[in-house]
Write a protein that binds this ligand. Structure first.
Ligand code: GLP
Length: 241
């Protein structure tokens, strides 16, 4: 596991955008796994600006997002599809038909697993970007999630609903379920970059980096992956030995 210590989320955006753009420049058909949440926003801003400055071509790039709230239509302003269109896809020359976000209207795990089949069909994810939940979730794989899990319908924990309620008008508006790539789907990516900043992430970061590998901290499974880069600030690193 490679650890990059940065000052704040702005610096994370500068560094991670370069890591992602290096992939895009070296392979015009690259398949990226993308994340939502506040952690990657500065990364997407930097990608948009550098893409303009350096005239970077996204026309053959394919992307797969980690997750989507169950029950939200793609045009709902809190859907992750809406987030991705606004934060990134609308500002670069990627083809929308090459951008995949699980549908929030999926009703069965059988249907959800077609997402993994599609990822495999396209050739597998070259680089997966991740944020980190306060409770150690990656994607929406909450504590207790199966390490062998593929894309499925998952229940959100009370703490995740609370944490994500800041984006909704009322906590009761936050969906209680999501469709999320599983831990196995994530581990299948060739490379992984995870961004975690701020004190609230410190305990999850400690379990991510120091282990032990345990279902109590889903992120800890990343210790078994051979190409993970973790980008953290001082506050997120504060519990590390
Ligand atoms: C959400 C998302 C995750 C994200 C995490 C952290 O629940 N499903 O993919 O990584 O929470 O969010 P943030 O970056 O806003 O702290």
């Amino acid at each position: 596991m490679k650890i990059i210590k940065i000052l704040d989320n702005n610096e994370a955006g500068k560094i991670v955008s370069d890591l992602i753009l290096d992939e895009v420049k070296s392979n015009k058909n690259v398949i990226l796994g993308l994340a939502t949440g506040s952690s990657p926003i500065t990364t997407y801003e930097n990608i948009i600006n550098k893409t303009k400055d350096q005239n970077i071509d996204w026309s053959n790039v394919i992307t797969f997002n980690l997750d989507e709230y169950k029950g939200l239509e793609s045009d709902h302003n809190q859907s992750y599809r809406y987030f991705m269109n606004n934060q990134l896809f609308n500002h670069i020359n990627i083809k929308k038909e090459n951008t995949f976000v699980p549908s929030g209207l999926i009703d069965s795990d059988n249907e959800a697993q077609k997402y993994d089949e599609l990822i495999a069909q396209k050739g597998g994810i070259d680089l997966q970007l991740l944020g980190l939940g306060i409770n150690g979730h990656v994607g929406f794989n909450e504590p207790g999630s199966d390490f062998e899990g593929l894309t499925s319908i998952v229940n959100l924990t009370k703490s995740t609903i609370e944490a994500n309620s800041r984006f909704f008008e009322n906590e009761s508006d936050v969906p209680t379920q999501a469709i999320s790539m599983g831990l196995k789907s994530i581990m299948n990516a060739k490379k992984i970059i995870l961004i975690a900043t701020g004190e609230a992430k410190a305990e999850a970061v400690k379990n991510l980096i120091e282990g032990p590998i345990s279902k109590d901290w889903p992120c800890s499974i990343l210790l078994n992956h051979n190409d993970v880069t973790v980008v953290i600030d001082e506050q997120a690193a504060k519990l590390l030995k």
